[in-house]
Design a protein around this ligand. Structure first.
Ligand code: ZN
Length: 255
């Protein structure tokens, strides 16, 4: 099932996408009883919103060996986690906004894991039962600030620096999916999730020993090699096999 969120005249609504048909999702997307309601229209003509508004976004640094090499750091002996704030989230086709003094800003294509039920101390054998589904994420990063600050909070947290979408696929095996990024149609990142150093079940066990995972929380599982700068006027497309394409234009914010 593909779960989205879309803007209805009466406000944001969860939906179900089948082909290009968009249906209302009756009930909560986190409820097993959730079901398909009335047909609303065509998904391609709907104004899609972020498929979920996470309470927290837990991110992995350097979880692909090839990306660790290109950043000139070693492979971490255990997962390196950091947070992005929910206020950074935008949906499909929304604009990634740069500021004039920001320096180098880069895209990071990532597999997003959407948590479906609350859990703490989750063993990896049980981990996938806590997952609602998978989406595409772009961990936009202001690289100059990242290296200057040491702490990554500023570099990763600007408004619009966490595109998510276009929807959540609830029937997907995350272990070996093609993951790519294109800028203006040109491929910049091209890898597979099987290249992750720490896989999804291990990450859920590791993170849930630190913090309770709640429905709607999103884990961004790290990016492969090929990160590159983005400029105003660019269009960034992040694609995960089995999910779809998350497309976002880039512009300079006029203050
Ligand atoms: Zn990242």
């Amino acid at each position: 099932m593909l779960i989205c969120s879309f803007l209805n005249p009466d406000g944001p609504r969860p939906g179900i996408v089948e082909g290009d048909d968009l249906y209302v999702l009756e009930g909560s997307m986190f409820d097993q009883q959730a079901r398909r309601g009335d047909k609303i229209g065509l998904a391609s003509q709907a104004r899609l919103l972020p498929p979920v508004m996470p309470g927290k976004i837990i991110c992995l640094g350097l979880n692909y060996a090839d990306h660790a090499r290109e950043q000139d750091t070693g492979v971490p002996p255990e997962p390196l986690i950091f947070l992005k704030p929910p206020s950074a989230v935008i949906g499909p086709d929304q604009t990634i906004e740069l500021l004039p003094d920001m320096g180098k800003v880069e895209h990071e294509t990532e597999l997003g894991v959407v948590i479906g039920r609350q859990g703490r101390m989750i063993p990896q054998e049980e981990a996938l039962k806590y997952v609602l589904g998978y989406t595409c994420g772009n961990d936009v990063s202001a690289r100059d600030y990242q290296f200057k600050d040491g702490q990554w909070a500023r570099a990763k947290s600007f408004d619009t620096f966490c595109p998510l979408g276009p929807w959540i696929n609830t029937d997907l095996d995350p272990s070996d999916l093609a993951i790519t990024c294109r800028v203006n149609g040109e491929t910049r990142q091209d890898s597979r999730t099987s290249q992750m150093i720490f896989g999804v079940p291990f990450l859920i066990e590791y993170i849930s020993r630190v913090m309770t995972l709640l429905p709607g929380d999103v884990i961004l599982t790290g990016t492969p090699a090929g990160v590159s700068p983005i400029q105003p006027g660019d269009v960034v497309e992040v694609e995960v096999e089995g999910v779809g394409v998350l497309r976002n234009p880039v512009s300079m914010r006029v203050e």
